[in-house]
Design a protein around this ligand. Sequence first.
Ligand SMILES: [Mn+2]
Length: 298
Amino acid sequence: MDISLIGVPIMYGCDRQGAQYGPDKLRQKGIVELIKKYKNKVYDLGNLHIPYVSEIDKFAFHDKIKYLKAVAEINTNLAHWVFSALSSGSFPIIIGGDHSLGLGSISGSSRFHKELGVIWIDAHGDINTPETSPSSNAHGMPLGAALGVGEESLVNLYFDGPKVKAENTFIIGARDLDEGEVKLAEKLKINLYTMDTIKKRGLESILEEVIDKINNSNIDGIHLSFDIDVMDKRLVPGTGTPVENGFNLEEAKIILKDILETKMVKSMDLVELNPLLDENDATSDLFIELVDHIFKYL
Ligand SMILES: [Mn+2]
């Protein structure tokens, strides 16, 4: 398989220093060699350009979204990279960087596929709007914007209109949802599998349901967006917004294996590694272990 590795060293979406070092940290840890080990051709496209914006200008373009202009520009460029990679028959792996980059990835893959599916594996919902967001951080909004809700310049990023239907959107592992997000998920009928639901019904039964829904849909390609903070807080010191009661390594591996075995996943984000917060590389090492697992099934 041809793999296009795209680094997006963005931290404007989480407003916390360190996330911008994620892509190069994963390279240092050997992500390219690791992917090659599985007989793939890897084209490391380098890191996307991140324009400099001074901190005092963070609210210059929107009073409820920090760094809006830069976030929109970066995501537009990313969308075209992802679309171009898919168009050349390559599988884009987008390494972050904070999760605001998910909007660019989804937008690029949405232009490529007739009917896109999105699987969002995350402790958070990332479906906030400027009105419901308590932090004004754009990394809590990408999936909402992709669904057509929130700030216009984000909703209409790369091309006008929503990028994915609610019925084709799956959130797995959420356990820190804001009030407005819960309401929106219900209103739009997003396939939301919170950690509570997963604990109650069992992981295997949830995954069976997700795969069943995918098989009975018109989805012709899935973008999988993996936020490392879906893992339990104790396992991931090196991420900006860790949450307790998350997945252990074995559970994460089951989820990835089952989803990848559908052979429907055509692009993937790996986000929210913050090397500055990490302890003895625990989080970057965990990421690398998961990437190794991913490529066994891709
Ligand atoms: Mn996220």
